[in-house]
Design a protein around this ligand. Structure first.
Ligand SMILES: [Cu+2]
Length: 129
């Protein structure tokens, strides 16, 4: 299903389309749209999608497709105390997948790469509703 119709899709990620789709680009693959609970760190070193919305009680999966490790933590840097559930992701080796804790409180949770806190490509937000 994923591979069937890649040709016609845009190469941008993080679009505002309501439908779920997979996008392949030279920087990697991520799924955008509604009901997405996976955030990919692409081989270009960018999170994709940047913003997702999940239901209360959901867990979000982080997948590191980059060739280097990343350390994903809740905002604000360096306290990481907005949404401690995100801190369960922590360090991701290349190829590794880890999940947040249960996101049970409706709010917006920003996250970042703790080793690259000024790199906007590695910042995003999870809205819990
Ligand atoms: Cu940090």
């Amino acid at each position: 299903m994923v591979a069937a119709s890649l040709a016609g899709l845009m190469f941008a990620c993080g679009g505002s389309s309501d439908s779920t789709s997979s996008t392949t680009s030279p920087s990697g693959t991520c799924t955008t749209g509604s009901n997405v609970t996976t955030i990919v760190i692409t081989s270009a070193g960018a999170v994709c999608p940047v913003n997702i919305t999940v239901a209360r009680g959901a867990q979000v999966t982080f997948v590191n497709q980059d060739s280097r490790g990343h350390d994903m933590f809740s905002d604000p840097h360096p306290e990481h105390n907005d949404c401690p559930e995100i801190n369960q992701v922590g360090h991701l080796e290349p190829g590794q997948t880890r999940q947040t804790g249960n996101l049970v409180i409706a709010r917006k949770c920003g996250f970042h790469d703790h080793n690259l806190p000024d790199n906007k490509s590695l910042q995003g937000a999870i809205t819990i509703q």
